[in-house]
Write a new protein. Sequence first.
Length: 315
Amino acid sequence: MNISVVIPLLNEQESLTELNDWIAKVMQSNHFSYEVIFIDDGSTDDSWQIISKLSNQNNQVKGIRFLKNYGKSQALHAGFKKAQGNVVITMDADLQDNPDEIPELYSMIVNDGYDLVSGWKKKRYDSVIAKNLPSKLFNWAARKTSGVKLNDFNCGLKAYKLDVVKNIDVNGEMHRYIPVLSKNAGFTKIGEKIVQHQARKYGETKFGMNRFIHGFLDLITIWFLSRFGKRPMHLFGALGVIMFAIGFGFAFYLGVDKLFLNPSGRLITQRPQFYIALSTMIIGTQFFVAGFLGEIILRTKQNKKRYLVKDRLNF
């Protein structure tokens, strides 16, 4: 099979039939063998009924339905597990991603040898204040933190080698950082393609300020995981040594001062340096304990299900 198209969605009943027909037209005109995997992330409208109808009409259309809303990352994870195409394309279900971009994305993976190609919506039709400016700030911070030189981390339209999606773990809200996860996994040939951005035709955007804030918090998380995820003691141990050294330095100074320089002066416990020494040594010890606990958790963690699937179609 040439292509798997993975489409996570939440309450997109108006656009699904049009999107599916558009994808089918592109695939047939380019003679691609393909599958379309819709992942219904707990929709409360008629999205699942429409997916069921489409799958009955065409066995290349497949569906996964979550028991409730678990988030886009979990939906992508479920789709990646089931994908069988040599190239995996992800796109949003709101018709803002253009299926006509698929052939060139496919060619960049197959012919140009990229592991991952990310779309770049250079010209956008979103609100400048509500989405464009926050996205630019977010993308700048992501580039500086991760070292992955992409202009649009948030673009849902991406293409992957099958090996990439089978060897990365997309969890939490890390779908924004799949290129970073891929780089950390060893898939370093990452490209970018300017893609056409469509104005939203149906429904309302799911974007809000809470997603913008969560994006930056996730950026800090992935920065930490990429550098210290497999060796937390390297970070917490170093911080513990620094804090303990500061505390020990103050304690040593107080001891020398009291014994040799000013034996008749104030009691050690009456001096502010004593409390600085005590606090920093306690904090240093806590950092060490945090590092040890992190190492223990890494070695004893068990895989847990992150979502529950209610229904499947054509699997």
